[in-house]
Write a protein that binds this ligand. Structure first.
Ligand code: ADP
Length: 241
């Protein structure tokens, strides 16, 4: 098992927000300023579905209907992933934790591995969320997200990065979007209060108006000025690229 550097707490950025708030997009952009992999439970589960394995079979129907997968399953997936060597300088979590049980398990596990969690809350109005999700396309190869209105690919329907044909996620249909937002309100939004009570630092970022690049710069600036990048014992910030 690989554990993070022992002379410093390793930043674990928890990207938090409703479906469509830009967590996946920001996780990818933040890799420009933070060391550490983007860990998306949604992407992990979708790759199990694509592989047609046991986890894929158990979760496919839940995901397609917009409901949450069992806590034990995602907790296990994330705990295994956090022990990989590429997590030693930091991690960016996207879509996890999503329930109180997941948050409790994560905080305990992170404490034992020497991670320092910080929540980045991406705030976007409800109306914008629905419009964004219904016009969303994703590259099945590299996972890059596009929006038909605000962030279209250069060639319609084709990924700028690898030329793959873009897909609409099955759970981006309107009835499923409503269920995902419902699950967020019921199970996930209350975690904001949980994090506050647990004393986890939280940055509130207005993620509605500015471009994805501007939002990502704002997040990096805020993390840095809040001292939430990785600091070594000599005080230098090695969580910064
Ligand atoms: P979004 O944040 O836009 O809803 P994700 O890709 O993060 O998209 O998640 C897609 C689906 O995967 C969720 O609706 C849920 O069914 C499942 N899922 C992802 N992360 C979790 C999690 N932490 N706990 C339970 N289910 C999850």
């Amino acid at each position: 098992m690989t554990t993070p550097a022992r002379d410093a707490l390793v930043p674990a950025i928890i990207l938090f927000g409703s479906p469509g708030s830009g967590k996946g997009t920001q996780a990818r952009l933040l890799q420009g300023c933070l060391r550490g992999p983007h860990i998306s439970t949604g992407d992990m589960l979708r790759s199990h579905i694509q592989a047609g394995d046991a986890i894929g079979h158990q979760t496919e129907l839940l995901i397609k209907s917009g409901r949450l997968v069992a806590d034990e399953m995602v907790n296990e997936l994330v705990q295994q992933r956090l022990q990989d060597a590429d997590c030693q300088f930091g991690i960016i979590l996207d879509g996890y934790p999503r329930t109180t049980n997941q948050a409790e398990v994560l905080l305990t596990f992170m404490g034992s591995l020497g991670y320092r969690p910080a929540v980045v809350h991406l705030m976007v109005d409800y109306d914008k969320i629905v419009a964004r999700l219904s016009g969303r396309r994703q590259c099945p190869v590299c996972g890059t997200l596009y929006s038909m209105k605000t962030n279209p690919p250069k060639v319609a329907g084709i990924c700028d990065l690898d030329g793959a044909k873009l897909m609409t996620r099955e759970d981006d249909r309107e009835s499923v979007i409503r269920e995902r937002l419902n699950q967020y309100e019921l199970q996930t939004r209350p975690l904001l209060e949980f994090f506050r009570q647990a004393g986890v630092p939280m940055l509130e970022i207005n993620a509605a108006e500015a471009s994805p690049d501007q939002i990502s710069q704002e997040i990096c600036r805020s993390l840095n000025s809040a001292g939430l990048m990785l600091a070594t014992s000599d005080g230098s910030a090695i969580g910064l690229r």
